[in-house]
Design a protein around this ligand. Structure first.
Ligand SMILES: Nc1nc2c(c(=O)[nH]1)N[C@H]1C(S)=C(S)[C@@H](COP(=O)(O)O)O[C@H]1N2
Ligand SMILES: [Mo]
Length: 447
């Protein structure tokens, strides 16, 4: 069978699994929209909406906040030590919001009846405005892709590389999930507006949850991956939930989560470079190993950002990573996430005997070819990769048997991608603790 055909079959299999997936205990996480209405019954909003047709009853997902990390805003790690599925159910999907999750009750622009995407700028032939219903009528496709926060794995800087100066939230390894995203490909939207020849930068903007929430991408990236990057309105077959950007977000498969702007309202395509918070003060590689990007005279600075804020390249592709479903021991991190299953310095326990160790590996840019592991610094051995392996953008599950003998042990895992790159032992320092793809060391006490 050709590789393409096999991949198509595997994708169909995944989709089927999604449709018939267990729905059992979903309901406990849902509250009805009416509960919000009571809290946010601003008369002006009620009046404004009175003229509009009645909305169908709507469900809003509110994440269980018992695993909030201590970095403010709305952040919720996935419990990676419990991951077992190929697709991550929305309820288990990490949330990373720089501000509280905006709801249409307070921000009517997010109501699908009001939502509009404005696509304009000096490098398009014609500006367009796209409503939610318009978007649903456009050609769309689904893309299976992981979404991972740039900060995922930041704890490795503290735990494994003694880099105390790295600053940021205490993500361990759970700021990742994999979903089926339904998108209107950006190629279609670029076709509607018509790119001028000098189009350079596309600024994807929300501005709804916070007035600095948007991030630019090079137009060349949009044209080279025009069918994979897109404006997304469904996640795992359902409408987006509030936490994940309802009604519409961007999805940039393979790049760190920050590129995938939620509550998207505007795309501005210009012939000059845009600089805003999320490609300067935040979400960039700043450190001796990284050079600051060049600035051109007609560059645009947005929201109080100046040339002095341009200190390092923005994070784009996420690196090769692997994990086993064992919580990392936290000894040197400045803080331990709330409700982490281990206390500071505590080791996870495993019983002696033949154990099946399970894990996940991803290499967003090229896809995973092999996964290897070693115990107590011994020789690297090959782990078994469980299908499907849909290649770039997606993760694979892997497993191996381990004869666990009583005592303290360290298991390391590394991925090798389709381009032949191997996950490194260490990564260079960067101030914001972005994209740590170093080989993780899992300490386990066998009893
Ligand atoms: N408007 C807006 N878009 C946003 C964010 C945000 O706070 N506001 N967070 C970004 C970051 S840092 C990440 S990692 C992803 C997280 O997506 P998720 O919460 O759906 O997992 O959304 C990105 N898009
Ligand atoms: Mo993020």
């Amino acid at each position: 069978m050709s590789q393409k055909k096999q991949q198509a079959q595997e994708e169909a299999m995944v989709r089927d699994a999604l449709r018939i997936g267990p729905q059992a205990d979903r309901r406990q996480f849902f509250v009805s929209a009416a509960a919000f209405g009571a809290a946010a019954a601003a008369p002006s909003l009620a009046q404004a909406q009175a003229a509009a047709p009645a909305a169908p009853p709507r469900k809003v997902l509110i994440k269980d906040d018992s695993r909030l990390l201590n970095i403010g805003a709305t952040v919720r790690s996935g419990n990676y030590w419990n991951f077992s599925t190929y697709m991550t159910p929305v309820e288990e999907f990490y949330v990373r919001n720089h501000y509280p999750t905006p709801l249409p009750e307070a921000r009517p622009v997010l109501d699908p009846r009001n939502w509009k995407l404005k696509v304009h700028g000096n490098a398009v032939e014609r500006a367009v405005e796209i409503g939610y219903e318009d978007l649903l009528k456009m050609p769309s496709r689904t893309v299976i892709a992981t979404m991972e926060c740039h900060g995922n794995g930041r704890s490795l800087f503290w735990e494994q590389q003694e880099m105390k100066d790295v600053a940021g939230g205490n993500w361990v390894l759970g700021a990742i999930g994999q979903a089926e995203w339904q998108i209107v490909p950006i190629s279609h939207i670029l076709g509607l507006v018509g790119l001028k020849r000098d189009a350079k930068s596309a600024l994807f903007w929300s501005g709804v949850d916070g007035n600095d929430m948007g991030r630019p991408m090079p137009v060349s990236e949009l044209t080279s991956r025009g069918d994979d990057i897109g404006v997304c309105f469904r996640m795992n077959g359902n409408a987006l939930t509030a936490d994940h950007g309802a009604p519409v977000r961007l999805v940039v498969p393979g790049w760190g989560g920050t590129a995938s702007i939620k509550w998207l309202t505007e795309i501005r395509i210009d012939s000059h470079q845009h600089w805003c918070r999320l490609n300067t003060r935040g979400e960039t590689y700043i450190g001796p190993a990284y050079a600051a990007p060049a600035i051109a005279p007609n560059d645009e600075f947005i929201g109080g950002i100046t040339a002095a804020d341009v200190k390092g390249p923005m994070v784009t592709w996420m690196p090769i990573k692997t994990l086993i479903t064992v919580p990392l021991v936290l000894e040197k991190s400045p803080s331990v996430p709330a409700n982490y299953p281990l206390k500071r310095g505590e080791w996870p326990m495993m019983s002696a005997g033949r154990q099946l160790v399970r894990g996940y590996a991803w290499a967003p840019q090229y896809g995973i070819r092999e996964v290897e592991y070693r115990v107590d610094g011994g020789p690297w051995q090959r782990a078994h990769i469980q299908g499907p392996n849909l290649g770039r953008y997606t993760w694979v599950r892997f497993d191996f048997h381990w004869d666990a003998r009583p005592g303290d042990h360290v298991i390391e895992t590394r991925g090798i991608d389709m381009a032949g790159n191997t996950q490194p032992e260490t990564v260079p320092f960067n101030l914001l603790g972005m994209a740590n793809g170093a080989v993780p060391k899992f300490k386990i006490r066998v009893v």
